[in-house]
Design a protein around this ligand. Structure first.
Ligand code: CA
Length: 221
């Protein structure tokens, strides 16, 4: 899952990005509204954390512009405390959720998890596919109840496939949703990661669909 953080306070931006990266997401960052708008307009994010008070272009205008252009990714807005008008304007502009400042990072993480699973049609924070279970809260993966240790890239890959199980996900889509914009994408091919992940899981849940991509399914092909 790939996220965008748009926050002009450098310390806060860094803290949010670090917490999200620790939680296993690929994260891009922007420090003003114009840069944030451009990234959200051109890159396929799974969710966005968007501050309302931003230089160059305020968060409400950024959000309105995205929605006007048909960008449907979930957006969590950061509002100033006691500014109820921020919340109303934010929801009217197309926000999916909000967190007032100051906040606990855990709340951001929990709300992002909820937005991501809702966007992909899941109600529970535990994702299941046959014997494979992924707990999005703890980042724990088990197969038939036994823990499986994954690298952050493998976890990100499995999490993306689990969120989108039952449909074919192309390699291009995986590349776009697993890596942040600064990552050297050529150095690590998706095929290699899928191979490693299959080996670690030890069960046949990731099918290769020739010419199209991968399909995560509990039903054998
Ligand atoms: Ca701000």
């Amino acid at each position: 899952m790939r996220l965008l953080v748009v926050e002009d306070d450098p310390d806060l931006n860094r803290q949010i990005v670090a917490a999200l990266e620790d939680a296993g997401y690929a994260v891009d960052r922007a420090f003003d509204g114009e840069e944030g708008h451009f990234l959200g307009d051109t890159e396929p994010y799974d969710a966005v954390v968007l501050d309302i008070g931003l230089p160059k272009m305020d968060g409400i205008s950024v959000l309105e512009a995205w929605r006007r252009d048909g960008k449907a990714m979930p957006v969590l807005i950061l509002t100033a405390r006691d500014r109820w008008s921020d919340k109303v304007q934010g929801f009217d502009a197309g926000a999916d959720d909000y967190v007032p400042k100051p906040f606990h990072m855990e709340e951001i993480l929990a709300r992002i998890r909820a937005l991501l699973r809702r966007a992909s049609g899941h109600a529970s924070s535990e994702l299941l596919c046959g014997p494979v279970r992924l707990d999005t809260r703890s980042g724990r993966v088990t197969v038939d109840g036994a823990g499986v240790k994954l690298t952050s890239h493998e976890y990100r890959l499995l999490s993306y496939l689990m969120h989108h199980q039952g449909r074919v996900v192309s390699r291009t889509e995986l590349v776009e949703h697993l890596y942040d914009q600064d990552f050297d994408r050529d150095s690590n091919t998706i095929e290699v990661f899928v191979g490693r992940l299959r080996k670690k899981l030890g069960v046949e849940v990731i099918q290769t669909v020739r010419g199209l991509g991968y399909l995560l399914s509990a039903d054998p092909a």
